[in-house]
Design a protein around this ligand. Sequence first.
Ligand code: NAD
Length: 371
Amino acid sequence: MKIGIPAETRSGETRVAATPETIKKYIAAKHEVVVQSGAGIAASIPDEAYLAVGATIGSAEQALGSELVLKVRAPDSAERALMKSGSVLVGMLNPFDADNTAALAAAGISAFALEAAPRITRAQSLDVLSSQANIAGYKAVMMAANTYGRFMPMLMTAAGTVKAARVLIMGVGVAGLQAIATAKRLGAVIEASDVRPPVKEQVESLGAKFIDVPFITDEEKEIAQGVGGYARPMPADWMRRQAELVHERAKQADIIITTALIPGRKAPILISEETVKAMKPGSVIVDMAVEQGGNCPLSESGKTVTKYGVHIIGEPNLATLVPADASALYARNILDFLKLIINKDAGLEINREDEIVAATLICSGGEVLRK
Ligand code: NAD
């Protein structure tokens, strides 16, 4: 089968959907691979590295006109126009973007949005949200440390002692756990909060303190369990009690990293303007939910702003700032996903009985399958 790897065109996108490592495997499995010239440049993969493993280097038309197109982000209308009806597209296509799904369906493309894969053990190796959130959690701490005007670790020097930075992590999914681990390696003192009860043990196992917001009603307890590993919006009263506790902890914090997301919804507000006002001058907030509206109302997408003396970093796509490793992990996720839709004879075989295939296939044969 002919597999195309186009260059990403979205502003700020640095990743690429296949690396020489994964292309070598596609070629060994008797596929032909065409990579758009320059597709890997931002991820430090020159065309020669693709040529060396047997890919051909071609134009956007050739890559997008392939039977199977591997992308990072959803194609825009110009890219879609270069794709063939009946072709298959795999990428992070945003399954909640109904207009995009409708446009792909109208173009006769069978599209797989990998973010929609269920959180089951078998899907772990193809879980793009996890691979990218892990990188983003790491980078959030790096950016915070860079902006923070003090040391992260406690230091005893001849010129006196420096206190360790206090880091508060809001939302402990994949990104939050990596942020805790990374801040810990840098010597910070860490506290964390989440709605889901199993998180407490994970936080403590990484050497951080869990901020417990007790559940008062059975309804709160039930909602906090989430669905399929994801959080659900918590009742207003629980959110108010959480905000009070967070306000107190934020006053002591030097760095806050917020990662709280509810799939398909606006992110919950966790750090209010009042809380920012109460924070120490020079402290730093990294709002990792900025693309979904933000966990702090003062954060601005794509900018670092200083409000009430607090630096608020609103970088919308942190994984793109670690392009080589983000591409390497993403490309492996795709390689693993393709095992589900390509048979031994290197042909496409879309088995909709498979739970992962069914969940990720957003449109096929002109029909929208996920609304
Ligand atoms: P996410 O990116 O959807 O959200 C980040 C975190 O924010 C979550 O932990 C969520 O509970 C939390 N959150 C939401 N509202 C909040 C609030 N009001 N206050 C505080 N925190 C709030 O999460 P994620 O990284 O996708 O991970 C979700 C879960 O799925 C985790 O338990 C993770 O370990 C699990 N997971 C399972 C698999 C698998 O089994 N294949 C793969 C990946 C992740």
